[in-house]
Design a protein around this ligand. Structure first.
Ligand SMILES: [Zn+2]
Ligand SMILES: [Zn+2]
Length: 574
């Protein structure tokens, strides 16, 4: 394994918040405030030892795919294909993501999944050989495969570009009934239903079929979008029913459904072909676009000054809502600096108001909008969104779940967030391991684990360290090689450590509720079979006092460095 090369990639640990009750997320009968909602971002324990490079979900996706440094994919939530699910209700528990290695779909050894897109009913992955893989609903050919109800497993998608071995797919985006594929040559292909012009081919193909029903043209395999012949497109983005493209000169094109003026073209006329957005077409190069993204009913552009502009509907009330959408691209509140003028952090970010309206990363979920912006040596994570029911904004337990104006995500204070991804009812953050990250709770907070050192099986005066992932206790001196003192920051037990470096083809061991099997006899009493059967819920019940390690009288156990937040005391001096 080319270890050096692997280490160069930027990676982090997965944080998650929002609705974890995948089967009922978004359903009316589900009471908001369910016990399984996570109101603050927490470390997803099941993947806490895996070096993650990419988060893939979307405003309508009730599931996520994350990629690791070896190019393997991990899926959890309610996957677009029931045959991927691991439980009868069609769910993959976030505590036991399924791992899909590139070789499992037939890619050669060493190939990696590198990016993807997650729509409501279908998911796409791109590999580093330029290949494309799809799975899920394909009833209008939205995956780019011949029309069929469902593509059960990740299946190779080819198209007109496949004829030229030099041309590779480098990015994908997806809405409800369509997908876009961007090639290395800067051209865009579209597959699926053209009902509102989403395919950018100049027509919807609307016609009456039997019984007065209306049908639309379907393109599958994908077809080249016309109009970009002389342009090199470098980025694509899709909302539920519309898309944006960005070319290398910073021009933005919008097409598809225009309800709520989501195309930012000042009207609600659907565009059947990619249409230049005048706002970013000026002579001033600084005002052109650097990044594009789409909310479900909105469009967002980060311009070359790193400013955040939005068009369409992104709120439930007031400006930016159904009755008063932003008909063209505007700064939030129409003022250059207002994005950072919210009272909740005016006190500590006076400097950022003046100098740092700079968006580093941005993402949209179903109701959420997130961005990171420089703060001191690190980043501040900012979010806004109205109508968030499940804690997906991650504002914390003691505040509202929604924010109509951008606010600092306080629970992420000091955490080095390197990527973010909003899902339909939950949010993911990718954070570099450091002291601030170690302050965050893990999820589930408590799991069953042995109580005494797995190496020596003896009680000693000093407390054993506990593995970040599985809570297995080890004395520093009992490790091979022995440690003189507990390491700073993250520590993983030998089993979790070796799994982290196992590579793409090794099976992924899900987080064990019972904890790892001790090498010798242990006093740990395994949870009852009833507890085991009710997977996610049993996690939320606190670990009984009797099985808590360290004999620490109920203080949350962690490494002896005491970094685990023992109570609500904050170490952030803000
Ligand atoms: Zn020991
Ligand atoms: Zn472990």
């Amino acid at each position: 394994m080319a270890e050096d090369k692997v280490e160069e990639q930027q990676w982090g640990r997965v944080l998650i918040c929002g609705g974890m009750n995948w089967a009922s997320n978004g359903r009316k009968e589900r009471p908001p405030n369910s016990a399984s909602d996570l109101l603050s971002p927490v470390i997803l324990r099941s993947l806490s030892n895996i070096k993650i490079t990419k988060l893939i979900t979307g405003p309508s996706a009730n599931y996520a795919v994350v990629l690791d440094i070896f190019g393997a994919a991990y899926i959890f939530g309610k996957p677009p294909s029931p045959s991927l699910a691991t439980s009868p209700d069609g769910i993959i528990s976030e505590h036991a993501p399924i791992k899909i290695s590139p070789s499992a779909v037939g890619l050669p050894k060493g190939a990696k999944f590198v990016s993807g897109a997650a729509a409501r009913g279908h998911v796409l992955l791109v590999d580093d050989q330029g290949g494309l893989w799809g799975c899920g609903n394909n009833v209008v050919g939205q995956i780019g495969l011949p029309v069929t109800m469902l593509i059960n497993q990740f299946t190779r998608v080819t198209g007109p570009w496949s004829k030229d071995p030099e041309v590779k797919i480098i990015q994908v985006s997806a809405g409800h009934t369509f997908s876009l594929f961007l090639t290395s040559s800067g051209q865009v292909f579209a597959a699926g239903s053209s009902e509102c012009g989403q395919l950018g081919n100049g027509k919807t193909g609307e016609r009456i079929i039997k019984n007065g029903k209306v049908a639309y043209d379907v393109e599958s395999p994908a077809r080249l979008i016309q109009g970009f012949e002389k342009r090199k497109i470098v980025q694509i983005a899709s909302g539920n029913q519309h898309s944006l493209a960005l070319d290398e000169e910073g021009y933005v094109y919008a097409w598809g459904y225009a309800g709520y003026s989501r195309l930012g073209l000042q009207d609600q006329k659907d565009r059947l072909v990619p249409t230049l957005v005048p706002h970013f077409a000026g002579n001033n190069i600084a005002s052109r676009a650097a990044e594009i993204l789409c909310g479900p009913t909105s469009s967002i552009v980060v311009n070359r000054q790193k400013m955040f502009l939005i068009a369409g509907k992104f709120k439930l009330t007031g400006d930016g809502s159904t009755g008063q959408p932003y008909t063209y691209f505007k700064y939030i509140q129409d003022s250059k600096y207002s994005l950072f003028l919210d009272k909740t952090f005016r006190a500590n970010t006076v400097q950022s108001i003046v100098m740092a309206c700079k968006v580093i990363k941005a993402s949209c979920g179903g109701c959420t909008h997130f961005l990171t912006t420089p703060e001191g040596d690190g980043v501040m994570t900012v979010g806004f969104g109205q109508g968030c029911l499940y804690g997906e904004l991650g504002l914390g337990p003691d505040v509202g779940k929604s924010a109509t104006k951008p606010v600092k995500i306080e629970p992420l204070s000091g955490v080095d967030v390197i990527d973010l991804a909003g899902g339909a009812f939950f949010s993911l953050f990718l954070a570099r391991p450091d002291a601030a990250l170690s302050e965050l709770d893990r999820y589930p907070e408590h799991i069953g684990s042995p109580t005494i050192c797995l190496a020596c099986n003896e009680e000693k005066d000093d407390d054993p360290m506990e593995c970040e992932k599985c809570d297995s206790p080890y004395h520093p001196e009992c490790l091979t090689p022995p440690l003189s003192e507990p390491p700073e920051g993250e520590w993983f037990c030998p089993a979790c450590e070796s799994q982290a470096d196992a590579g793409p083809d090794d099976p992924f061991e899900p987080l064990s509720i019972d904890g790892p099997k001790p090498k010798k006899k242990s006093l740990t009493k395994p949870p009852s079979s009833v507890e085991r059967a009710s997977t996610p819920k049993s996690f939320s019940s606190p670990k009984p006092e009797s099985v808590r390690s360290n004999g620490s009288k109920g203080t949350p156990a962690r490494t002896p460095t005491g970094k685990r937040k023992a109570d609500s005391e904050s170490v952030h001096g803000m």
